[in-house]
Ligand binder design. Structure first.
Ligand SMILES: NC(=O)c1ccc[n+]([C@@H]2O[C@H](COP(=O)([O-])OP(=O)(O)OC[C@H]3O[C@@H](n4cnc5c(N)ncnc54)[C@H](O)[C@@H]3O)[C@@H](O)[C@H]2O)c1
Length: 335
Protein backbone atom coordinates (compact mmCIF):
# COMPACT_ATOMS: atom_id res chain seq x y z
CA UNK A 1 0.00 0.00 0.00
CA UNK A 2 1.46 3.38 -1.02
CA UNK A 3 0.77 6.21 1.41
CA UNK A 4 0.37 9.69 -0.07
CA UNK A 5 0.48 13.11 1.53
CA UNK A 6 -1.41 15.93 -0.21
CA UNK A 7 -0.59 19.63 0.05
CA UNK A 8 -3.32 21.93 -1.23
CA UNK A 9 -6.98 20.91 -1.04
CA UNK A 10 -8.51 23.48 -3.40
CA UNK A 11 -10.07 22.92 -6.81
CA UNK A 12 -7.50 20.52 -8.22
CA UNK A 13 -6.17 19.19 -4.90
CA UNK A 14 -9.59 17.87 -3.87
CA UNK A 15 -9.91 16.21 -7.30
CA UNK A 16 -6.51 14.50 -6.87
CA UNK A 17 -7.58 13.43 -3.37
CA UNK A 18 -10.63 11.76 -4.85
CA UNK A 19 -8.56 9.93 -7.47
CA UNK A 20 -6.03 8.70 -4.88
CA UNK A 21 -8.84 7.63 -2.55
CA UNK A 22 -10.28 5.38 -5.26
CA UNK A 23 -6.94 4.07 -6.54
CA UNK A 24 -6.02 0.45 -5.72
CA UNK A 25 -3.01 -0.03 -3.44
CA UNK A 26 -3.00 3.64 -2.46
CA UNK A 27 -4.04 5.45 0.72
CA UNK A 28 -4.34 9.19 1.07
CA UNK A 29 -2.73 9.28 4.49
CA UNK A 30 -2.40 12.99 5.29
CA UNK A 31 -3.41 16.40 3.98
CA UNK A 32 -2.39 19.99 4.59
CA UNK A 33 -3.88 23.24 3.37
CA UNK A 34 -3.42 26.76 4.72
CA UNK A 35 -7.22 26.85 4.65
CA UNK A 36 -8.08 24.28 7.33
CA UNK A 37 -11.72 24.10 6.25
CA UNK A 38 -10.69 22.76 2.83
CA UNK A 39 -8.36 20.21 4.46
CA UNK A 40 -11.27 19.14 6.67
CA UNK A 41 -13.53 18.63 3.66
CA UNK A 42 -11.00 16.35 1.97
CA UNK A 43 -10.36 14.53 5.25
CA UNK A 44 -14.09 13.92 5.68
CA UNK A 45 -14.34 12.32 2.22
CA UNK A 46 -11.14 10.26 2.34
CA UNK A 47 -10.32 9.62 6.00
CA UNK A 48 -6.93 11.37 5.60
CA UNK A 49 -5.34 12.88 8.72
CA UNK A 50 -5.08 16.66 8.83
CA UNK A 51 -1.64 18.17 9.42
CA UNK A 52 -1.41 21.53 11.17
CA UNK A 53 1.82 22.58 9.42
CA UNK A 54 3.49 21.69 6.14
CA UNK A 55 6.61 20.39 7.99
CA UNK A 56 4.39 17.96 9.92
CA UNK A 57 3.48 16.31 6.61
CA UNK A 58 7.03 16.27 5.20
CA UNK A 59 8.42 14.82 8.47
CA UNK A 60 6.10 11.82 8.34
CA UNK A 61 8.23 8.71 7.95
CA UNK A 62 5.34 6.57 6.77
CA UNK A 63 4.64 8.57 3.58
CA UNK A 64 5.74 7.08 0.24
CA UNK A 65 5.01 10.17 -1.87
CA UNK A 66 3.78 13.76 -1.75
CA UNK A 67 1.35 15.40 -4.15
CA UNK A 68 1.62 19.19 -4.38
CA UNK A 69 -1.54 20.97 -5.50
CA UNK A 70 -1.16 24.21 -3.57
CA UNK A 71 -0.79 27.69 -5.10
CA UNK A 72 1.95 27.98 -7.74
CA UNK A 73 4.18 30.21 -5.56
CA UNK A 74 4.66 27.33 -3.09
CA UNK A 75 5.58 24.58 -5.60
CA UNK A 76 9.37 24.96 -5.80
CA UNK A 77 9.79 25.12 -1.99
CA UNK A 78 7.59 22.09 -1.51
CA UNK A 79 9.35 20.07 -4.25
CA UNK A 80 12.66 20.71 -2.46
CA UNK A 81 11.21 19.79 0.94
CA UNK A 82 9.59 16.59 -0.33
CA UNK A 83 12.69 15.32 -2.12
CA UNK A 84 15.05 16.29 0.71
CA UNK A 85 12.81 14.24 3.00
CA UNK A 86 13.20 11.25 0.69
CA UNK A 87 9.74 11.40 -0.86
CA UNK A 88 8.92 11.05 -4.56
CA UNK A 89 6.87 14.04 -5.62
CA UNK A 90 4.07 14.86 -8.03
CA UNK A 91 3.67 18.61 -8.51
CA UNK A 92 1.00 20.54 -10.35
CA UNK A 93 2.07 22.83 -13.19
CA UNK A 94 3.82 25.24 -13.37
CA UNK A 95 6.87 24.49 -11.20
CA UNK A 96 7.23 28.23 -10.65
CA UNK A 97 6.64 31.45 -12.56
CA UNK A 98 10.37 32.26 -12.64
CA UNK A 99 12.92 30.30 -14.66
CA UNK A 100 15.63 31.39 -12.23
CA UNK A 101 13.71 29.91 -9.31
CA UNK A 102 13.28 26.67 -11.27
CA UNK A 103 17.04 26.64 -12.00
CA UNK A 104 17.77 27.14 -8.29
CA UNK A 105 15.36 24.35 -7.41
CA UNK A 106 17.08 22.06 -9.91
CA UNK A 107 20.52 22.82 -8.39
CA UNK A 108 19.14 21.80 -5.00
CA UNK A 109 17.47 18.55 -6.10
CA UNK A 110 19.53 17.29 -9.04
CA UNK A 111 21.52 14.77 -6.99
CA UNK A 112 18.40 13.25 -5.43
CA UNK A 113 17.45 10.20 -7.41
CA UNK A 114 13.70 9.99 -6.75
CA UNK A 115 10.73 10.20 -9.13
CA UNK A 116 9.37 13.68 -9.79
CA UNK A 117 6.42 14.28 -12.09
CA UNK A 118 4.88 17.56 -13.27
CA UNK A 119 1.11 17.79 -13.84
CA UNK A 120 0.90 18.10 -17.61
CA UNK A 121 -2.18 15.89 -17.67
CA UNK A 122 -3.13 16.47 -21.31
CA UNK A 123 -0.42 14.10 -22.53
CA UNK A 124 -2.38 11.30 -20.83
CA UNK A 125 -5.76 12.11 -22.40
CA UNK A 126 -6.72 8.94 -24.31
CA UNK A 127 -7.63 10.73 -27.56
CA UNK A 128 -4.63 13.12 -27.47
CA UNK A 129 -2.39 10.12 -26.71
CA UNK A 130 -4.01 8.03 -29.46
CA UNK A 131 -3.04 10.52 -32.20
CA UNK A 132 0.49 10.66 -30.82
CA UNK A 133 0.67 6.87 -31.10
CA UNK A 134 -0.69 6.94 -34.67
CA UNK A 135 1.91 9.57 -35.52
CA UNK A 136 4.65 7.35 -34.09
CA UNK A 137 3.30 4.46 -36.18
CA UNK A 138 3.92 6.67 -39.23
CA UNK A 139 0.21 6.73 -40.17
CA UNK A 140 0.43 10.29 -41.59
CA UNK A 141 4.03 10.30 -42.79
CA UNK A 142 6.24 13.23 -41.96
CA UNK A 143 4.71 15.65 -39.43
CA UNK A 144 4.63 19.21 -40.78
CA UNK A 145 2.13 21.11 -38.63
CA UNK A 146 0.57 20.86 -35.16
CA UNK A 147 -2.54 22.94 -34.46
CA UNK A 148 -3.75 23.24 -30.87
CA UNK A 149 -6.98 24.96 -29.92
CA UNK A 150 -7.53 25.56 -26.21
CA UNK A 151 -10.41 27.73 -25.05
CA UNK A 152 -11.86 27.83 -21.55
CA UNK A 153 -15.64 27.94 -21.04
CA UNK A 154 -15.48 30.93 -18.69
CA UNK A 155 -13.11 33.43 -17.09
CA UNK A 156 -11.60 32.58 -13.69
CA UNK A 157 -12.05 34.78 -10.62
CA UNK A 158 -9.94 37.90 -10.06
CA UNK A 159 -8.24 36.17 -7.10
CA UNK A 160 -7.26 33.23 -9.30
CA UNK A 161 -5.78 35.56 -11.93
CA UNK A 162 -3.62 37.23 -9.28
CA UNK A 163 -2.01 34.00 -8.07
CA UNK A 164 -1.92 32.08 -11.37
CA UNK A 165 0.72 34.23 -13.07
CA UNK A 166 -0.90 35.23 -16.36
CA UNK A 167 -2.38 33.49 -19.39
CA UNK A 168 0.87 32.16 -20.91
CA UNK A 169 2.26 30.63 -17.69
CA UNK A 170 -1.04 29.40 -16.32
CA UNK A 171 -3.08 28.28 -19.32
CA UNK A 172 -0.92 28.20 -22.47
CA UNK A 173 1.77 26.34 -20.55
CA UNK A 174 -0.31 23.16 -21.08
CA UNK A 175 -0.27 23.83 -24.83
CA UNK A 176 3.46 24.58 -24.88
CA UNK A 177 3.99 21.18 -23.27
CA UNK A 178 1.59 19.51 -25.71
CA UNK A 179 3.46 21.16 -28.60
CA UNK A 180 6.75 19.58 -27.42
CA UNK A 181 4.94 16.25 -26.95
CA UNK A 182 3.77 16.11 -30.58
CA UNK A 183 6.73 17.82 -32.23
CA UNK A 184 8.99 15.38 -30.38
CA UNK A 185 11.63 18.09 -30.18
CA UNK A 186 12.05 21.53 -28.68
CA UNK A 187 10.79 24.36 -30.87
CA UNK A 188 13.54 26.95 -31.34
CA UNK A 189 11.50 30.07 -32.09
CA UNK A 190 8.17 31.61 -31.09
CA UNK A 191 5.97 34.47 -32.22
CA UNK A 192 3.21 35.46 -29.79
CA UNK A 193 0.23 37.80 -30.12
CA UNK A 194 -1.98 38.66 -27.15
CA UNK A 195 -5.16 40.76 -26.92
CA UNK A 196 -7.64 42.02 -24.32
CA UNK A 197 -10.92 41.39 -26.14
CA UNK A 198 -13.18 39.59 -23.67
CA UNK A 199 -12.77 41.65 -20.50
CA UNK A 200 -10.47 44.60 -21.32
CA UNK A 201 -11.18 46.29 -17.96
CA UNK A 202 -10.02 43.26 -15.94
CA UNK A 203 -7.11 42.51 -18.28
CA UNK A 204 -5.85 46.10 -17.99
CA UNK A 205 -6.24 45.93 -14.22
CA UNK A 206 -4.17 42.76 -13.87
CA UNK A 207 -1.96 43.45 -16.92
CA UNK A 208 -2.85 40.19 -18.66
CA UNK A 209 -4.42 38.90 -21.89
CA UNK A 210 -7.59 36.90 -22.48
CA UNK A 211 -7.03 36.06 -26.17
CA UNK A 212 -3.80 34.84 -27.74
CA UNK A 213 -2.18 33.11 -30.69
CA UNK A 214 1.30 31.63 -31.02
CA UNK A 215 3.47 30.21 -33.81
CA UNK A 216 6.31 27.93 -32.76
CA UNK A 217 8.94 26.75 -35.22
CA UNK A 218 11.38 23.83 -35.00
CA UNK A 219 14.94 23.71 -36.31
CA UNK A 220 13.79 21.69 -39.35
CA UNK A 221 10.87 24.07 -40.06
CA UNK A 222 8.02 22.05 -38.46
CA UNK A 223 5.35 24.44 -37.22
CA UNK A 224 2.94 24.55 -34.31
CA UNK A 225 0.05 27.00 -34.07
CA UNK A 226 -1.69 27.48 -30.70
CA UNK A 227 -4.82 29.54 -30.14
CA UNK A 228 -6.21 30.38 -26.71
CA UNK A 229 -9.25 32.15 -25.41
CA UNK A 230 -10.27 32.56 -21.76
CA UNK A 231 -13.90 32.19 -22.84
CA UNK A 232 -15.85 30.22 -25.43
CA UNK A 233 -19.62 30.49 -25.06
CA UNK A 234 -20.15 27.00 -26.51
CA UNK A 235 -17.95 25.35 -23.86
CA UNK A 236 -14.49 23.94 -23.18
CA UNK A 237 -12.85 23.65 -26.58
CA UNK A 238 -9.87 21.28 -26.67
CA UNK A 239 -8.75 20.15 -30.10
CA UNK A 240 -5.50 18.99 -31.64
CA UNK A 241 -4.79 18.52 -35.34
CA UNK A 242 -1.63 16.98 -36.76
CA UNK A 243 -0.91 17.50 -40.44
CA UNK A 244 1.51 15.12 -42.09
CA UNK A 245 2.83 14.48 -45.60
CA UNK A 246 0.46 11.55 -45.84
CA UNK A 247 -2.69 12.65 -44.01
CA UNK A 248 -4.13 14.33 -40.97
CA UNK A 249 -4.97 13.25 -37.41
CA UNK A 250 -7.49 14.97 -35.16
CA UNK A 251 -8.30 14.71 -31.47
CA UNK A 252 -11.68 16.38 -30.99
CA UNK A 253 -13.97 17.67 -28.29
CA UNK A 254 -15.93 15.42 -25.96
CA UNK A 255 -19.69 15.82 -25.60
CA UNK A 256 -21.75 14.95 -22.54
CA UNK A 257 -23.12 11.98 -24.50
CA UNK A 258 -23.00 10.64 -28.03
CA UNK A 259 -26.56 11.48 -29.11
CA UNK A 260 -27.24 13.70 -32.13
CA UNK A 261 -30.47 15.26 -33.30
CA UNK A 262 -31.29 15.98 -36.97
CA UNK A 263 -34.30 18.16 -37.88
CA UNK A 264 -35.63 20.10 -40.83
CA UNK A 265 -34.20 23.34 -39.45
CA UNK A 266 -30.79 22.00 -38.30
CA UNK A 267 -28.57 18.95 -38.56
CA UNK A 268 -26.09 17.08 -36.36
CA UNK A 269 -26.98 18.88 -33.13
CA UNK A 270 -25.17 17.29 -30.18
CA UNK A 271 -25.22 17.65 -26.41
CA UNK A 272 -22.90 20.30 -24.88
CA UNK A 273 -19.19 19.68 -24.36
CA UNK A 274 -18.00 18.33 -21.03
CA UNK A 275 -17.92 21.46 -18.90
CA UNK A 276 -14.27 22.12 -17.97
CA UNK A 277 -10.90 20.50 -17.29
CA UNK A 278 -12.02 18.34 -14.36
CA UNK A 279 -14.74 16.73 -16.51
CA UNK A 280 -12.99 16.76 -19.91
CA UNK A 281 -9.66 15.45 -18.63
CA UNK A 282 -11.06 13.10 -15.95
CA UNK A 283 -9.39 10.04 -17.44
CA UNK A 284 -6.17 11.95 -18.13
CA UNK A 285 -5.90 13.06 -14.48
CA UNK A 286 -6.38 9.50 -13.34
CA UNK A 287 -3.95 8.00 -15.90
CA UNK A 288 -1.22 10.54 -15.03
CA UNK A 289 -1.36 9.48 -11.36
CA UNK A 290 -1.29 5.79 -12.36
CA UNK A 291 1.84 6.59 -14.35
CA UNK A 292 3.40 8.37 -11.32
CA UNK A 293 2.50 5.44 -9.04
CA UNK A 294 4.22 3.08 -11.46
CA UNK A 295 7.37 5.23 -11.34
CA UNK A 296 7.31 5.21 -7.52
CA UNK A 297 6.96 1.42 -7.42
CA UNK A 298 9.79 0.96 -9.91
CA UNK A 299 11.83 3.94 -8.67
CA UNK A 300 12.11 4.91 -12.33
CA UNK A 301 11.98 8.21 -14.20
CA UNK A 302 8.52 9.65 -14.80
CA UNK A 303 6.67 10.24 -18.09
CA UNK A 304 6.68 14.03 -17.54
CA UNK A 305 9.71 15.19 -15.60
CA UNK A 306 11.20 18.33 -14.07
CA UNK A 307 12.92 19.22 -17.35
CA UNK A 308 9.54 19.23 -19.13
CA UNK A 309 8.27 21.69 -16.52
CA UNK A 310 11.33 23.89 -17.06
CA UNK A 311 11.07 23.83 -20.85
CA UNK A 312 7.37 24.70 -20.94
CA UNK A 313 8.12 27.76 -18.82
CA UNK A 314 11.11 28.66 -21.01
CA UNK A 315 8.69 28.77 -23.97
CA UNK A 316 6.24 30.92 -21.98
CA UNK A 317 9.04 33.37 -21.08
CA UNK A 318 10.06 33.63 -24.74
CA UNK A 319 6.38 34.17 -25.66
CA UNK A 320 6.16 37.20 -23.33
CA UNK A 321 9.36 38.56 -24.82
CA UNK A 322 7.97 38.09 -28.34
CA UNK A 323 4.75 39.87 -27.39
CA UNK A 324 6.68 42.79 -25.92
CA UNK A 325 9.10 43.10 -28.82
CA UNK A 326 6.51 42.25 -31.49
CA UNK A 327 8.81 39.82 -33.26
CA UNK A 328 9.85 36.16 -33.32
CA UNK A 329 12.12 35.21 -30.43
CA UNK A 330 14.62 32.37 -30.05
CA UNK A 331 13.71 30.13 -27.14
CA UNK A 332 16.48 29.79 -24.55
CA UNK A 333 16.45 26.39 -22.83
CA UNK A 334 19.75 26.91 -20.95
CA UNK A 335 19.57 25.46 -17.46
N1 LIG B 1 -3.29 20.49 -14.39
C1 LIG B 1 -4.32 21.29 -14.51
O1 LIG B 1 -5.10 21.19 -15.43
C2 LIG B 1 -4.55 22.34 -13.45
C3 LIG B 1 -5.83 22.90 -13.33
C4 LIG B 1 -6.03 23.85 -12.33
C5 LIG B 1 -5.00 24.24 -11.50
N2 LIG B 1 -3.77 23.70 -11.67
C6 LIG B 1 -2.64 24.13 -10.81
O2 LIG B 1 -2.89 23.65 -9.49
C7 LIG B 1 -2.51 24.61 -8.52
C8 LIG B 1 -3.70 24.91 -7.63
O3 LIG B 1 -4.74 25.44 -8.42
P1 LIG B 1 -6.28 25.40 -7.95
O4 LIG B 1 -7.07 25.79 -9.13
O5 LIG B 1 -6.59 24.15 -7.23
O6 LIG B 1 -6.26 26.63 -6.91
P2 LIG B 1 -7.14 26.79 -5.58
O7 LIG B 1 -6.96 28.21 -5.19
O8 LIG B 1 -8.51 26.24 -5.76
O9 LIG B 1 -6.39 25.85 -4.53
C9 LIG B 1 -5.13 26.11 -4.04
C10 LIG B 1 -5.11 25.68 -2.58
O10 LIG B 1 -3.76 25.77 -2.08
C11 LIG B 1 -3.82 26.31 -0.76
N3 LIG B 1 -2.52 26.89 -0.49
C12 LIG B 1 -1.99 28.01 -1.03
N4 LIG B 1 -0.72 28.17 -0.59
C13 LIG B 1 -0.45 27.12 0.22
C14 LIG B 1 0.68 26.70 0.94
N5 LIG B 1 1.81 27.42 0.94
N6 LIG B 1 0.62 25.55 1.65
C15 LIG B 1 -0.52 24.81 1.64
N7 LIG B 1 -1.63 25.16 0.99
C16 LIG B 1 -1.60 26.29 0.27
C17 LIG B 1 -4.97 27.30 -0.78
O11 LIG B 1 -5.46 27.53 0.54
C18 LIG B 1 -5.98 26.59 -1.69
O12 LIG B 1 -6.87 25.79 -0.95
C19 LIG B 1 -1.98 25.81 -9.31
O13 LIG B 1 -0.58 25.74 -9.36
C20 LIG B 1 -2.56 25.65 -10.70
O14 LIG B 1 -1.73 26.17 -11.72
C21 LIG B 1 -3.53 22.75 -12.60
Amino acid sequence: MLKFGLIGCGRIGSMHADILHHENDVILDSVFDLNTNLAKEVSKKTGAKICNHDFELFDKNNLDAVLIASATSSHADYIEKALKNGKPVFCEKPIDLSLDRIRKCYERIKKINLPIQIGFNRRFDPSHAAIKNLLKENKIGQLNQVIITSRDPEMPSEDYYKSAGGLFKDMTIHDFDLARFYLDEDPVEIFAAGQRLIDPYMMNKINDYDTAMFILTCMDGKQCFINNSRTAVYGYDQRVELLGSNGMLQSGNHNLDQTKIYKKEFSETSSPYLYFFIERYKEAFSLQLKSFIKSIKQNSSTDVGFEDGFKALAIADAAYKSLKERKSISINYNW
